[in-house]
Design a protein. Structure first.
Length: 182
């Protein structure tokens, strides 16, 4: 009975988090798509601004920082071992929580981290779009779009990523029980 409730919480979490992912994805696609349509429809000449080179370097450094941060977050938090550590940490902090409550707390914590990664991926796309509107140079816009889109695609909230969470919660709670009796 409890396993069904845990699965239900996970399914609901995945459903809700996918909506958030889709919104971030669509905003990025729409901004890029509308800008690309504008670029294809009108003949624009690259603006020669006194700060173009500095702007190019700054946007590149911001984009690289975002890409590295996304990669670091994915490697650090979005795998089974990290899930187990997060769940054990929740169980240590609040040993009185029931299985369903631990899963809810876990989904809140991991959901926040997922949203942060998706927002950084969307920001990559928007940096390229903003750079285009300032300079009318489309090359960086295309590169940032590809990197941001790739980041969003590989961080899609798959159900199989969370299949073992109820088991991990159950095991973590089971490990905490002998300590309570001793």
């Amino acid at each position: 009975m409890i396993a069904k409730e845990a699965d239900k919480v996970i399914r609901q979490f995945i459903k809700n988090i996918r909506v958030y992912w889709q919104v971030v994805f669509l905003v990025g696609i729409l901004c890029y798509g509308l800008t690309l349509l504008y670029r294809l429809d009108t003949h624009t000449v690259v603006r020669e601004l006194s700060y173009s080179k500095i702007l190019n370097i700054v946007t590149f450094l911001v984009a690289i920082t975002l890409a590295i941060t996304i990669f670091h977050q994915k490697r650090k938090y979005f795998h089974l071992r990290a899930f187990r550590l997060i769940i054990e940490n929740i169980c240590k902090k609040k040993p009185e929580l029931q299985e369903k409550q631990v899963i809810r707390q876990f989904t809140r914590e991991i959901g926040t981290r997922l949203k942060r990664v998706w927002l950084m991926g969307g920001a990559l796309i928007l940096i390229g779009v903003a750079y285009y509107w300032i300079t009318y140079d489309a090359w960086d816009m295309h590169i940032y779009f590809i990197v941001g889109l790739y980041s969003l695609a590989i961080n899609y909230p798959r159900k199989d990523l969370f299949l073992d969470v109820p088991y991990l919660v159950h095991e973590s709670l089971k490990q905490g029980e002998p300590e309570k009796k001793a």
